[in-house]
Write a protein that binds this ligand. Sequence first.
Ligand SMILES: [Mg+2]
Length: 253
Amino acid sequence: MIKHIIFDADDTLFDFQKAEGNAKSRINEVLKTHALDLDTFWNRFNRVAPALFRQFADGFITIDEYRFHRFADVLEANHGKICELTSELNRIYIQEITHKIELFADAIPMFKVLGAKEIEAVILTNGPSDSQRAKFKNRGLSRFIQSIYIGEEMGFFKPNREAFEYVLRDLGAANSEVLMVGDSIEDDIHGAERAGIKAILIDRRNRYSAYTGTRIAFLSQLIELPSVGAISESRPSFETEFFLQNSVSKTQQ
Ligand SMILES: [Mg+2]
């Protein structure tokens, strides 16, 4: 029986892709004023930033070094104002992806249904501690979420099985009592499965139509899964009915 559900944060509960798109649009305006080529900039960024994040996750650089270099290393080496411009780009980027990021409309109704079923929700995220904690704090989510596990704080990042085992240990739960829900096949699904935890892919943008495991497009579908107890009930609970009537159509717009 499932007692806990572990949720990834970005692109599972929060619309990171949209927030990052907004950040990139604003950054483009700044880059244009410096006559920098946008394609060259973002091609480099997409190469440099993930490699730097890996170095951060492996403990070779700090979060501040990661944030500085993801932009500084991308700017032209001979650009006179690298430091100044880097901090401006970071200010914009962090504002959009941390403070202005939106929660998907199906998240809170789902947490309410899980609460009614006495299934505890926890978060497991690789994102930096300061920005992830700020994101959850400002959304009134603390009453729905039992714990937030962050790679930077645990010293273990997804997809390493140690990250998942840390959560199991802290919850005092067997792997059969836990489900993982996330949007990344490598980080969330394969990582959880290596730790013996069942995982459900949330594929909101239909990127993985060939995926053969359990795949949902909306969090509303999670509470319909037999493992989450929806079908074992003779009739849907009031909360489930309310959720299905009021939330699904909204989230599918
Ligand atoms: Mg994610």
